[in-house]
Design a protein around this ligand. Structure first.
Ligand code: GLU
Length: 461
């Protein structure tokens, strides 16, 4: 059985890079009828923030990624880590080191002066004497002293680390008994039965250390997939300056979870040149061995394009629900369908949709000067008056097409082109020359409001 996990450190909001690896882990587990676990790595008590753990859970809910089982918090598993550190001590695979901070610092300075890599010199590795008085011990694991460790990575291929360049007998438990990062990750992944670790490639250099822990404890080593980072257009790691990095910001900005997930799956993974993937398709097609080897580039235009695709294809009832978050309540509006049909083709985000709807439903307070100059001509007054007259005489005006017929009738009678009525009418209805189809706007606001808006423009001119 495939078991994957997402293991965020709760030091802030959920970053979109994190959501991407969570999504890939989720897809791979679900595709294999396996398990997807959520583990909060909160053993760094100085940096943890409870609100951040909640924010991660909230973001998971919003995008609809469901994890299996309870959320595991490392902070409640300290006794387990102590037990395994003790096991390694008992088996002689780890040892207590009494080196003081000052000694360690002095060693580091000497090594740096000799232009050597700063590393622990194993001075307590074979120590059998009495513990030096007043010294607290840390626990160090016996790492290999020479040779190499190969990470068999499903994305990068075999990555060989030379032990002399990267390892020393690293600390697995601090003097206060708290365990260190690489130790707990390996212990948890092993105890939780994780078979496939999919995570950012910023963790690749931790992997040999975790392999040391697996080997010492006799645990099988999982498959690793290190996913390249998301970059900005300049080829640098994505930062807040490049756009939103907090997943929940995307909700605020009016993106749908479907669009965001589709966007993220394509950042770093491809299937031919297909761009649009429903969740069902992702689940059918995603394979971590197809993850791209090079960094992917964050491109907000692509996200906008995907979002407009999903908005267009979202049923109106669902759109109503989504728009409420953005302050537009249409649920009991009798013209709800016409409103949404008129707008959903035009908006890139739900925020834009909400703004367009509000604009349409609100009588313009000002008329754009440039629009008036361009679209309101000498003959416009008479044309609008004829149109208003025709509207008053018409009966049964409900659908956009009913209003269209009245416009047709008027342009036919006056022997003018559509533009001659369209432009001033648009200024009357929207205050400017852009906006949704006029027929729809009139059908939505109704005859009385249409006449009132025409009157307001005529009074203004
Ligand atoms: N806790 C780590 C982080 O948030 C991830 C550890 C892992 O995936 O192995 O970066």
């Amino acid at each position: 059985m495939v078991v994957t996990r997402f293991a965020p450190s709760p030091t802030g909001y959920l970053h979109i890079g994190g959501l991407r690896t969570a999504l890939l882990s989720y897809l791979w587990a679900r595709r294999n009828n396996g398990k997807f676990l959520l583990r909060i790595e909160d053993t760094d008590f100085s940096r943890n923030d409870e609100a951040a753990a909640l924010a991660i859970v909230e973001a998971f809910k919003w995008v609809g990624l469901e994890h299996d089982g309870v959320i595991e918090y490392q902070s409640s598993r300290l006794a387990i880590y102590q037990e395994y550190a003790q096991k390694l001590l008992d088996e002689g695979k780890a040892y207590k080191c009494y080196m003081s901070k000052e000694e360690l610092e002095a060693l580091r300075e000497e090594q740096t002066a000799r232009k050597e890599r700063a590393k622990y010199d194993n001075r307590y590795r074979d120590f059998t004497g009495e513990a030096p008085e007043g010294r607290e011990a840390v626990i160090r694991i016996k790492a290999p002293l020479e040779g190499s460790i190969t990470v068999h990575d499903g994305v990068k291929g075999d990555v060989v680390f030379n032990v002399a360049d990267i390892l020393d007998d690293f600390i697995i438990a601090r003097s206060d008994g708290t365990p260190t990062y690489n130790f707990v990750v390996a212990v948890d992944d092993a105890l939780m039965g994780v078979t496939d670790v999919i995570r950012g490639d910023d963790h690749l250099s931790n992997t040999p250390k975790q392999i040391v822990v697996y080997n010492a404890l006799g645990f099988p080593i999982p498959r690793f997939f290190h996913v390249p980072m998301i970059h900005n257009h300049e080829g640098k790691k994505l930062s807040k300056r490049d756009g939103a990095t907090d997943v929940m910001m995307y909700k605020t900005l009016g993106y749908t979870p479907e669009a965001l997930l589709n966007f993220l799956v394509r950042l770093g993974w491809s299937h031919g040149d297909q761009e649009i993937f429903s969740m069902t398709e992702m689940l059918e097609l995603f394979d971590p061995s197809d993850i791209n080897r090079s960094a992917s580039v964050y491109n907000v235009e692509k996200l906008d394009w995907l979002n407009s695709h999903y908005i267009k294809n979202t049923p109106n009832e669902k759109l109503c629900e989504l728009l409420e978050f953005h302050g537009v309540v249409l649920i009991s509006h009798d013209k709800r369908e016409i409103i949404l049909d008129a707008i959903k083709e035009r908006a890139k985000t739900l925020v834009e949709m909400a703004a367009l709807i509000t604009e349409m439903l609100t009588r313009p307070e000002v008329f754009d000067e440039a629009a008036l100059k361009k679209g309101y001509k000498e003959e416009s007054k008479a044309i609008l008056e004829s149109f208003a007259e025709a509207l008053k005489n018409a009966s049964e005006l409900h659908l956009p097409s009913d209003y269209h017929h009245v416009m047709e009738e008027v342009v036919g009678k006056l022997e003018i082109g559509f533009g001659k009525i369209g432009q001033p009418l648009r200024i009357a209805l929207m205050g400017k020359l852009s906006g949704p189809g006029l027929d729809s706007v009139m059908a939505i606001i109704g005859v009385d409001e249409t006449l009132a808006r025409i009157d307001a423009l005529l009074a203004h001119q």
